[in-house]
Design a protein around this ligand. Structure first.
Ligand code: HEC
Ligand code: HEC
Length: 193
């Protein structure tokens, strides 16, 4: 059995069914169950439950062009339709001009769409094609006091890295949470639970 198939950092691991060999059946069966469980756990990123959401290979242009004003958002956090619309309107990008030459735009657009979210929670384009307006986003952050988003150290829910230490790597799970500067002691509950 290849270790790589159970690597929890693999975005969407495909469990291989071990070849059945006589005499090894018990091990094989329990290994299959283990693999299935690991696949579920490791598959969680696609369901926006944390883990590593960034595809293993990220084109350099994406980081160059899309991480200068904010985080290079993992493509799996929006459906393809949202990326397509967003990439088609870079000259009016949330109040900014993020225009690119046609070739660069096409390259980023096709990569984003190839890695777009397909899991059902991510399949519907959210309002304004914002990750931060997705229903799952609201649900995951329902315990965060609304005032927290307005802290000078946060400013916007889109500034994931203010609270997620692993955001640059596409890791958003609870273990890598950090408290933004100036967070009132009363409002720390969601960070500590
Ligand atoms: C010139 C600066 C700039 C560049 C370059 C830029 N963006 Fe943005 N982007 C913004 C601003 C400003 C917002 C709104 C942030 C906010 O509301 O806090 C934004 C928001 C977003 C959002 C929505 C975040 C949310 O609220 O969920 C996505 C997705 C996004 N950008 C993707 C991209 C992609 C893809 C690229 C590269 C093609 C890119 N951006 C390049 C400035 C930029
Ligand atoms: C103001 C701080 C803050 C910002 C900004 C923020 N988050 Fe979070 N996030 C949290 C906290 C706190 C939790 C844990 C909440 C809880 O457990 O009740 C969380 C939980 C999550 C989870 C669920 C993790 C899990 O293991 O279930 C995901 C996914 C997530 N955030 C993604 C994002 C993304 C993507 C962004 C940016 C677009 C973002 N967050 C911006 C504070 C923040």
């Amino acid at each position: 059995m290849k270790r790589s198939t159970v690597n929890p950092t693999c975005p969407v691991p495909v469990p291989t069914v071990p070849a059945l060999r006589p005499g090894r059946r018990v091990i094989t069966r329990s290994m299959s169950i283990l693999m299935a469980v690991l696949a579920l756990v490791a598959g969680a990123p696609a369901q926006a439950d944390g883990g590593r959401l960034m595809p293993r290979t990220v084109p350099e242009v994406y980081t160059q062009e899309c991480a200068s004003c904010h985080l290079a958002y993992p493509p799996g956090l929006l459906p393809a339709a949202s990326w397509q619309r967003l990439m088609g309107g870079l000259d009016r990008h949330y109040g900014s001009d993020a225009s690119l030459d046609a070739a660069t735009r096409a390259q980023i657009d096709s990569w984003l769409r190839a890695h777009a979210g397909t899991y059902k929670r991510v399949s519907e384009p959210p309002p304004q094609d914002r990750i931060t307006r997705s229903a799952w986003f609201a649900r995951k952050h329902r315990k965060v006091d609304p005032g927290v988003w307005k802290l000078p150290s946060v400013k916007s829910a889109a500034h994931c890295a203010a609270c997620h230490g692993g955001a640059e790597r596409g890791v958003f799970d609870d273990d890598e949470l950090k408290m933004p500067e100036g967070l009132d002691a009363r409002l720390r509950r969601p960070w500590n639970d």
